[in-house]
Design a protein around this ligand. Structure first.
Ligand SMILES: [Zn+2]
Length: 305
């Protein structure tokens, strides 16, 4: 910790942010630290103070976690405390919080009441903060890498808007197989598997996309068993967990979806319906990919018909 020097190369610095991946547990999504870092990097890009009050992190990162995190209980105090161990975070009130942990070592992090009472702050270490203040290009690359490693592309603009990041161009470091899109659209006959939408503008598909079921950013393969052709609306709903499939390929619609007129027309009315199958002889979505989607993305529980 605290060993950042101006001699650190850009690649080394990027790796320190990317190495957060080692905290992933198996196949589970763990976007807590990436979201806290993106929140801090956005504040840095806007020229705000290095140390951010926990009260603000609790509110703002808590909101980001519930919107962009996995569909299970997530708490901002977890990354707030544990990001220290990556050497990318500093808490001036650390001793007070550590004393609370020492009292009860079985705890995963200091108690929320103690963090609040200590009026704790957190931020990037001073030398790293200074270096990044002078290097907006590098902040962009780090933010792009965090987004690419932890979310599907349909999330990137929404997350950047939510954190108020001035500018990031996501470069595709991990190439996507262009044949995946072509194959998936062909086997689903260029129609959304949920609603059948199949518009063409001239000879070009308009708003039909190939979705990965087990996210490409999380190691999901470019195979027919891991793809679905979806219209842009249903693709977003699928990536955000408003929509999923059971292993018999019937549609699951999240109960968290507000019952509005648009939601009824576009999503709720499909609850329990089978998807449109791919062409005969082509594989349907595989159960192990659907399992991943339901446990890591879908906002349980599903609505009843
Ligand atoms: Zn659709």
């Amino acid at each position: 910790m605290g060993d950042t020097r101006v001699t650190t190369t850009d690649a080394e610095l990027l790796d320190r942010f990317a190495d957060l991946n080692i905290w992933r547990r198996g196949d589970e999504r763990a976007p807590h630290k990436p979201l806290l870092l993106l929140h801090a990097l956005a504040a840095l890009q806007r020229g705000e103070a290095r140390l951010i009050p926990f009260a603000r992190i609790e509110e703002e990162v808590g909101k980001l976690l519930s919107e962009f995190g996995p569909p299970r209980a997530t708490r901002p105090e977890y990354p707030f405390w544990h990001l220290q161990s990556d050497g990318l975070w500093e808490i001036p009130e650390r001793a007070t919080l550590q004393a609370d942990l020492d009292e009860a070592p079985h705890r995963h992090n200091p108690r929320l009441t103690v963090i609040r009472a200590a009026d704790a702050h957190g931020g990037l270490p001073q030398d790293l903060y200074q270096e990044l203040r002078a290097r907006p290009d590098l902040v962009n690359r780090i933010a792009a890498r965090l987004l690419e490693d932890h979310w599907e592309p349909s999330f990137h603009d929404d997350i950047l808007d939510a954190i108020g990041m001035p500018y990031v161009q996501v470069t595709r470091r991990r190439p996507r197989d262009p044949a995946f899109r072509d194959t998936i659209l062909r086997i689903y006959q260029h129609r959304c598997a949920v609603c059948g939408y199949d518009a063409l503008l001239g000879t070009t598909d308009l708003g039909i996309e190939a979705a990965h079921i087990h996210w490409h950013s999380h190691g999901g393969p470019d195979t027919e068993e891991n793809g679905l052709a979806l219209c842009a609306n249903h693709h977003k709903a699928f990536d955000r967990g408003a929509l999923s499939l059971d292993n018999d390929h019937h549609l699951l619609i999240s109960q968290h979806l507000r019952d509005t007129e648009g939601a009824r027309d576009w999503l709720i009315r499909f609850a329990g319906e089978p998807i449109r199958d791919p062409q005969p002889g082509c594989p349907r979505p595989a159960a192990h990919h659907l399992d991943w989607h339901r446990s890591e993305v879908f906002r349980q529980p599903a609505r009843q018909r």
